[in-house]
Design a binder for this molecule. Sequence first.
Ligand code: SAM
Length: 613
Amino acid sequence: MEKLDGKTLDLTKENINTLKRLFPEVVIEGKVDFEKLKSVLGEEVDDRKEKYEFTWHGKAQSLKLAQTPSTGTLRPDIESSKNWDSTENLYIEGDNLEVLKLLQKSYFGKVKMIYIDPPYNTGHDFVYEDDFRDNIKNYKEITEQTNKSNAETSGRYHTDWLNMMYPRLKIARNLLRKDGLIFISIDENEIQNLRKVCDELFGEENYVQEISWKNKYGAGAKTKGFIGVHEYILCYSKEPITNIEAPLNGEQTAEYEKNKDEKYSTRGGYVTQPLMTNSLDDRENLQYSIEYNGETIIPRKQWVWEKSRLLEAISNDEVVFNKKKDGKYSVRAKKYLINEDGSIRKGKPLSLLNGPFTQAGTKEVEEIFGDSNIFSFPKPTELIKYLLSFTVNEFEDKDGIYLDFFSGSATTAHAVMRLNSEDGGNRKFIMVQLPEMIDETSSAFKASYKNICEIGTERIRRAGDKIVEESGKTNLDIGFKVFKLDSSNLKTWDPDTENLEQNLFNLQDNIKDERSKEDLLYEILLKVGIPLTAPIEEVKLNDQVIYNVGFGGVLLCLENEIDLDTVQAMIKLKPEDFETKVIFKETGFLNDSVKTNAIQTLKKNGITDVRSV
Ligand SMILES: C[S@@+](CC[C@H](N)C(=O)[O-])C[C@H]1O[C@@H](n2cnc3c(N)ncnc32)[C@H](O)[C@@H]1O
């Protein structure tokens, strides 16, 4: 019986396995032969002393930190959750580096889109400091005592910020699907560093756009004279993409506003696009004249559409004619916001986003909490909804998992629920947030919120109810399962144990006393790579519980007096058409002979993947 240990997916091991798949000859007994690797790569090895690279103090250490498996786990908190039994959304309380590590196996390549809004490093925001030796202990210390920010006394600490961001972005990338995208909000303090880091971690070929987002009217005065009215949203893809589209209403607001004619109110407003081109590719079917108001119109070079298509569009009132001062016409096609079937029209997004303004986000928080000071500078849900709607390579997808691991007031969760209610989608969210303590003098504290997670979860609760109430759609998933970062339930990895002899004795029962069966269940799911929202059926047998996860994919019994009846009951749950994994508590068997017998019986019934904790 293979024993599960307290660590999560070992990323270094995974990397070596990937290398081995590509070049089996360079991995010998689990170790990489670099000389051989060099010879396999031939001329392409760069061993010049000076080369193009972006580096800073602590970079190598951050890389190592990213590769070190977590010794923590995620403990379920049913009481803080909403609709625990039915929801597929997650709210995870914890430091996002540890959480991302813990999610590696269950969510590898499964996330459709990541949006993050990390600290901008303005000097007034809190930049988390990792501890290379024991990050879980560090987490507990930090969340129990601090709400300190990265004080701006000796300039901005680019190094601290980079050391914080680098390992997180590195492992977040693993979670993205092949057609996945990541969007990162940032301002001018770190945009240039962020781009360099992302070029390295995602690959320059996967750079999609540095979107400038005009988020203020004109109140953002700057010390050196400019009035700052924009920030950035950096976008990278997991793999190179050929095409990207977004709802047309996410931008060009002014033109839409101007063209919201009554007659087409159900179609939103429209923008126009030129129908005469300045290029000439000698296609005769595009060079023709048309009659309009008794005049003959000929394009200087050629039309975009063939004649029949243009005439049809004119008769459908989808074309705008404008006579210019020189007597010539500009002819443009109307592009409506909403298609005839009611769906949102998409097109190529612009690199400049004109709104929505940050104020809109503050207003939303005020609507929910009755106080605009509950959370500073939340993003507008309209903005996130726009980003959630991006379509890559013409592949429309209204499902999938959307992750925000700097979730703050949980705007992303709110946006996911709103978009699902608007377009009938079935998107799921994963929010990750540090239980950062709230300043005792703030309005949020006075309203009895002690940390940001309490604000985030309360927002999702209220926003979800409001969406259901307003839309009348009762089948929306507005729930969330709460999990909290903590040390592993298994003693093996408890770094606090100093007494070795006692430690060895304790190992006979490897599970910490104060932890529940459910705690252990979810730790195991993470280790074997099952999503935290997989369906779990509790099968009761006498006083014992068998967990049937994913319709027979994994069967677990974490009881203390496991006998052969339990084993027989588990065999009955084995599905016909796929393999089952069975997991027991190592010390749970009545005695050793029951254990040996259990393994034999399972084997006879075709179950060979048997493990213990
Ligand atoms: C700029 S805010 C995000 C605001 C969010 N987009 C919204 O609309 O409400 C960044 C958040 O990241 C959180 N944070 C900072 N370091 C973190 C860490 N190591 N793990 C998880 N969350 C962290 C902070 O507590 C803060 O709430």
